[in-house]
Design a protein around this ligand. Structure first.
Ligand code: TEU
Ligand code: CA
Length: 535
């Protein structure tokens, strides 16, 4: 495998609306991000994945783009964007932009023209039908919306303000590649690609993702603007399994660097039920899923991403960890478990200080279109409001979008104004200032893991092997040249017993006081550590 920078990188995801507000309007912005680059440098991350900052009516908080080459006024100007690029570069931090090309906003000039002039070239940039079929939107209801002006239906797999693009149109594809080149020429280091597995859709065959031409389009895209191997491209592919991940990320396929797979996230809800039917952590299933992704994507045949959190997911501590006595210990346990696997880790803003879900109590605290649509649907289906609110409180996307908690002070130091989404009251104790002051905080565990990845070849190349342990204990080894590294994590608040016939050569990282030896070990709640074994 030819090593690239992103094999050793840790990427930090910023949701700009909630990261840092510089002008008191309660909305995060680009100058706010610039003011926090030194903090990110301290964490040690190599790159930032910046969720969309393009012009948008904000129906889906920027994942509905009305101009791909202009900055949303709420976030600042193109000059601010250029300054972010140069300030990040000074700190050797790369910028990955969010590429949202499965759909545009219905306020994009292309769609405005498409609906006004049915015989315009732009009309065929979208997907029209005289009658809807049974395709449904991810955000509830039909995936087809009737347009009075055109007297036809258009496809939208997300909100009706997010019409799907017709990737069968070669002119449209070239316009997308030109737009990508515009940002590459500005010096970005790659793209995160929003629901990219949907661009091969075949609506009249009810095919949404993994369509027949998906990889043709990705290879064409690569040829057009992604031939620089130092560009990191990560596809958001909810339908990926390891086999498909090889198609996306095997170097000789010349498509993407890696994908975000969601099979482990799928364990957050009951099988074959929708996301709202959340369920508790099933550690044996988690071991099976994550181990498959470690063993079925060998070095050179593809590359993994590693994440627990993003802007669409509940905070991992709230859904699978502990937010009480063991909040810090369980946070370190999840970090150690994941970051010592093979792949590129992604830290979502606030994960590094152990932020948790927001204690929503009323509907008017919610912003996310997905949750608000679900609330309406659930009401129409006769589900009690408190049941729905409980589901949204546990797994709704707003949980990840409450503002970053910088201090224990007013509005958590996020804004001097009124925040667009309420600040979690636990910012009094969970905030960056506290984390930086406490050398035992979660922050320094992440900092240590980020630094380790930059120098440890065993992390990049070592073979993975799951150990047979009690159900709640997730333990694996990484084998590299003559060295064996052991990772042991108790993913429960119960004492566990474990015996490993091996001697300790070196302590790599731990969230607990280590046992004398590995024979007849007693693991306390949420114990997690990594050791180099005597070979
Ligand atoms: O998410 C894709 C997606 O399907 C998610 O919306 C997911 O299915 C759902 O949120 C489960 O909770 C991407 C972006 O990450 C998301 O923020 C956008 O809303 C969506 O695409 C449309 O662009
Ligand atoms: Ca602002």
């Amino acid at each position: 495998m030819t090593e690239r920078w992103w094999h050793r990188a840790t990427v930090y995801q910023i949701y700009p609306k909630s990261f840092m507000d510089s002008n008191g309007d309660g909305i995060g912005d680009l100058p706010g991000i610039i003011s926090k680059l030194d903090y990110l440098k301290e964490l040690g991350i190599t790159a930032i994945w910046l969720s969309p900052v393009y012009q948008s009516p904000m129906d889906d908080n920027g994942y509905d783009i009305s101009d791909y080459e202009a900055i949303a006024a709420e976030f600042g100007s193109m000059a601010d964007m250029e300054e972010l690029f140069s300030e990040a570069k000074k700190r050797s931090i790369r910028i990955i932009m969010d590429l949202v090309v499965n759909h545009t906003s219905d306020e994009h000039a292309w769609f405005v023209t498409a609906r006004q002039q049915p015989d315009s070239p732009e009309h065929d940039f979208y997907i029209w039908a005289n009658e809807p079929n049974e395709l449904s939107s991810v955000f509830g209801g039909s995936a087809w919306a009737y347009d009075e002006q055109t007297q036809a239906y258009y496809l939208h797999f997300f909100s009706r303000k997010q019409p799907d693009l017709n990737w069968e149109n070669p002119v449209l594809r070239q316009k997308i590649y030109q737009m990508m080149q515009f940002w590459i020429d500005k010096g970005i280091s790659g793209f995160r690609m929003d629901v990219i597995d949907m661009i091969g859709k075949v609506p009249d065959q009810l095919i949404g993702n993994n369509g027949p031409k998906l990889h043709d389009y990705l290879q064409e895209m690569h040829q057009a603007c992604l031939t620089d191997p130092d560009l990191l491209t990560v596809g958001e592919t909810w339908g990926a399994n390891p086999e498909r991940a090889k198609l996306y990320s095997a170097p000789d396929r010349k498509e993407l660097s890696m994908v975000f797979q969601f099979e482990h996230i799928g364990l957050q809800h009951e099988t074959d039920k929708d996301k709202w039917h959340y369920t508790k952590l099933d550690v044996p299933k988690l071991k099976t899923v994550l181990s498959r992704w470690q063993t079925e994507l060998p070095v050179g045949q593809g590359w993994n991403s590693l994440f627990w959190n993003n802007h669409d997911l509940p905070r991992i501590l709230s859904i699978w960890g502990d937010t009480g006595t063991y909040r810090e210990k369980s946070a370190k346990a999840f970090a150690i478990l994941l970051h010592l696997m093979r792949g590129t880790p992604y830290i979502y803003q606030g994960e590094e200080i152990g932020m948790t879900n927001f204690p929503f109590t009323t509907v008017d605290q919610l912003n996310d279109i997905e949750s608000l649509n679900y609330l309406t649907e659930a009401r129409q289906a006769g589900q009690a409001n408190d049941v729905t609110l409980d589901q949204i409180r546990m797994i709704g996307r707003d949980n990840a979008r409450t503002p970053m908690q910088w201090t224990a002070g007013q509005q958590a130091g996020f804004t001097t104004g009124q925040p667009w989404l309420p600040i979690n009251p636990n910012h009094q104790t969970i905030n960056v200032a506290q984390a930086l002051a406490d050398k035992q905080s979660i922050f320094y565990t992440y900092q240590q893991l980020v630094r380790l990845r930059l120098e440890a070849d065993w992390l990049i190349y070592g073979d993975y092997n799951l150990l047979d342990t009690p159900d709640q204990v997730f333990a694996y080894t990484r084998q590299w040249q003559s060295s064996t590294y052991l990772v042991v994590v108790n993913l429960s608040d119960q004492v566990q017993h474990l015996s490993l016939p091996a001697g300790i050569d070196e302590l790599i990282i731990t969230n607990t006081v280590l046992p004398e030896d590995l024979d007849q070990m007693k693991l306390e709640a949420w114990d997690a550590f990594c050791l180099k074994l005597i070979s």
